[in-house]
Ligand binder design. Structure first.
Ligand code: GLA
Length: 744
């Protein structure tokens, strides 16, 4: 409760204005601070005795000034600043001051004379989990009447700092205190609502206590033709923190851009925001049944078969099979295959799905044998990129239900994986692991998933603790594998995290020291009477893809943690995957990390991904080309029509699931244009043409298609349409792509 109040308080008081301030003439600047390691909330008190503290330069990390780098450490800074009333002279509003404090690596809470006035990032104790804000500028707004400024005398700005790792503390700019112009309290936000009815809300807010009025002009333009699709102009009167918004409808059939301009009546200050609108390329799936999955699934002899036939089309639907092998069972209403087969064999049978609109069949092979796990890259959901450590059983079930209800299960998304944050604080007296109170019944949850033909994934670390500081498996590997079997786990993400400390202790830096803990868990996993997909986590600087195969990893991370930004997609997806196709093969996939489309947030506060629609098409195109794990990272319960359309393109997903299992390579680079291509089982090739630059490019795709024989068909797989030669000349917008399947 206390924590909640504190968070609410932060939200209310810690109003942080994002605008880049043009500093006015009069400001007070201080670059010296007093510094102390440790954490004590009494240090916010302006009158505490800080005479023993060290004087430091507030614009340089503490470790550049003779203090050690200490991981996961707290420290405090106290800055004394005399604030003269003359700062208000000549200001066109006299209600607030801005404390532009130095940047903080990583998280801070900032107090003025003992009163909390702002915070950036999230402390580890935050219920949504830790989040670094080390690159953010800090502009904290102080109410001149209410926030206890001591005019003309020393004020104490106390900054509580948390450093996760590496350099720590205040850095960058000095402290600046100034009175901003009234129009600088203005901000504009565009949100895109995209469920059923598509519209953007353009909202203008006034953060300062000065009423303003002005004119808002909004235009929607077709990006392909330049045509203005709609425009609205409106006069707005905006009171402090009472945002005014207008709603602008749009259609997902066109690729549009929204431009909003607000002109402040008094000062003439202009705010401009542009937003690329969401657009749907995937044609609607037919109402008649259509099989959307690879026609194969692998299982070990005797292990339970858990497979749900991914078939789109209207419900109700009836699933039947006339030649179902003995030992297997297929549910009629939702196509869930279960049972087990004792002996190695390739069992081929035909499954038929029928509804009021038609009928479809698929010849399917169940490969029963050793090392058959992961015949195609795993598709499903993982809790991390949305809920982070705030994951609960309820949230997992909500995303699962939505995965079924919104039809994602009909496109092959079949794993439901819980990431970090499920583990109890302590093991049972007999050493077995338990779920914490957020998961009242792990076994109940898994049974519920299995009944629906969905598979269940869990998370741990070979070290004593996980990356989120929960219990790891060290010393309990056998017990954990047995508990996983008891619960019915089908996927384990085994994340290096604190094992680094063991390695440091042993001072052994060879591959064998990486392999050892992974081999240990592999041994116990493979002793269980069920198949557990073994996914290896990223290990700092070590290169898992070089040795993951030797501990029978089914996939391994080939990049550090992804974020929902273009620079992350560019780095993780493009640069770090170059030259890695040789390490990927059927059952042993490279994993550049989970998807960052939809609503993500790594904690309980979710936000729309920061990737533009073009960047999201690039993300999915690249991941499918890379034969990567396709684990959705957003809350599926809140998934909008755009994201659904993006993730449910059967032709795009078929490339990811192609049975040849060959990851794409970067085959050509012409300036900003990169061509990534992979061969497919039917003799065709999949080609992604990406514009990774910062401007649009005109591209003649004909000249870029890698072909040593005559081309028969060039198909645009997003639009599911064969292209004529004229359509091969196109413009690829910045960070955008075209996705082709070329047949010979
Ligand atoms: C690491 C992993 C993430 C996630 C977190 C959980 O950072 O790379 O994907 O599993 O740990 O703490």
């Amino acid at each position: 409760m206390k924590k909640l109040l504190f968070t609410v308080l932060l939200a209310l008081i810690g109003l942080q204005v994002d605008a880049q301030y043009a500093l006015p003439q009069e400001k007070v600047t201080v670059d010296k601070a007093l510094f102390m390691f440790g954490d004590n909330m009494d240090w916010a008190d302006p009158d505490m005795d800080d005479s023993s503290w060290n004087e430091v330069d507030a614009t340089r990390y503490w470790n550049e000034q003779g203090f050690p780098v200490v991981e996961k450490s707290f420290a405090w800074y106290r800055i004394r600043v005399n604030i003269p009333k003359s700062l208000l002279n000549g200001a066109d509003q006299k209600n607030v001051l801005i404390l532009n404090i130095p940047k903080v690596d990583d998280v801070d809470e900032c107090f003025l004379n003992g009163k909390l006035i702002g915070a950036s990032g999230r402390m580890p104790s935050n219920e949504s989990g830790y989040f670094s804000a080390h690159k953010d500028a800090r502009n904290y707004v102080v109410d001149v009447k209410k926030d206890g400024i001591r005019w003309g005398e020393d004020n104490v700005i106390a900054v509580r700092v948390y450093n996760r790792r590496g350099s720590g503390g205040l850095y960058g700019n000095p402290l600046n205190v100034f009175c901003p112009q009234a129009a600088e309290g203005l901000s504009m936000r565009i949100t895109d609502t995209n469920v059923g009815d598509y519209h953007c809300d353009v909202e203008v807010n006034n953060g300062f206590a000065t009423s303003t009025s002005g004119k808002l002009e909004v235009t929607v333009t077709d990006r392909e033709t330049g045509e203005v699709v709609s425009s609205v102009t409106k006069r707005l009167n905006i009171k402090r923190n009472k945002p005014v918004s207008i709603s602008v409808p749009y259609s997902m059939d066109k690729m549009c851009q929204l431009s909003a301009t607000y002109t402040d009546g008094k000062t003439g200050k202009v705010l401009v925001e542009n937003k690329q609108l969401k657009y749907a390329l995937t044609p609607s799936a037919p109402a008649a049944p259509r099989f959307n999955g690879a026609p194969v699934f692998g299982v070990s002899p005797g292990a339970p078969v858990i497979y749900r036939f991914p078939v789109s089309g209207e419900r109700p639907m009836k699933f039947t099979c006339n030649d179902l092998p003995e030992g297997l069972h297929l549910t009629e209403s939702d196509g869930v295959l279960s049972g087990n087969i004792d002996k190695a064999a390739n069992l081929t049978f035909t499954v038929t799905a029928e509804n009021a609109k038609g009928k479809a069949s698929q010849e399917f092979t169940l490969k029963v044998g050793k090392n058959m796990i992961g015949q195609t890259p795993p598709m499903g959901w993982n809790s991390w990129n949305c809920w982070g450590l705030s994951v609960t059983q309820e949230k997992v079930m909500a995303s699962t239900q939505a995965l079924i209800d919104k039809g994602l299960a009909d496109f092959g998304y079949g794993y439901i994986n819980i990431d970090d944050g499920w583990e109890a604080a302590e093991r049972n007296p007999d050493g077995t692991i338990e779920a914490n109170e957020k998961f009242p019944s792990m076994k109940g949850l898994v049974d519920w998933l299995h009944e629906r033909g969905l598979k269940f994934g869990i998370y741990s670390s070979p070290g004593p603790t996980t990356c989120g500081s929960y219990l790891g498996s060290l010393g309990h590997e056998k017990q954990d594998a047995e508990v996983y079997n008891k619960w019915g786990v089908d996927y384990l993400k085994y994340d290096w995290c604190s094992y680094e400390r063991i390695r440091e202790k042993e001072n052994d830096w060879g591959f064998s020291s990486c392999l050892r803990p992974y081999l240990l868990m592999q041994k116990y996993l493979r002793q269980q009477p069920r198949d557990i997909f073994y996914s290896l986590g990223p290990l700092g600087g070590t290169q898992v893809h070089l040795w993951g195969i030797y501990c029978d990893g089914n996939s391994w991370r080939t990049a550090p943690d992804i974020a929902d930004t273009w620079s992350s997609i560019y780095h993780v997806g493009f640069r770090l995957q170059e030259g890695k196709s040789q390490y990927s093969s059927v059952g042993h996939w490279n994993d550049p990390d989970m998807l960052v489309v939809g609503k993500v947030g790594w904690g309980s506060n979710l936000r729309e991904t920061r990737l533009t629609p073009d960047e999201q098409y690039t993300h999915i195109t690249l991941w499918t080309l890379l034969a990567s794990n396709m684990l959705i990272g957003c809350d599926i319960a809140q998934m909008d029509d755009f994201t659904l359309n993006l993730l449910c393109n059967n032709e795009v997903n078929a490339i990811n699931q192609d049975m040849l299992g060959k990851q794409a390579d970067l085959v050509r680079k012409d300036g900003d244009i990169e061509i990534w291509s992979r061969p497919l089982a039917d003799g065709s090739i999949a080609v992604g043409i990406f514009n990774v630059g910062e401007e649009d490019h005109k591209v003649d795709m004909k000249s870029l298609i890698p072909a040593d024989k005559p081309v028969k068909v060039v198909r645009d797989v997003w639009r599911q349409k064969d292209l004529s030669p004229e359509e091969l000349d196109c413009v690829i917008p910045l960070h955008g792509c075209r996705y082709l399947k070329v047949s010979f």
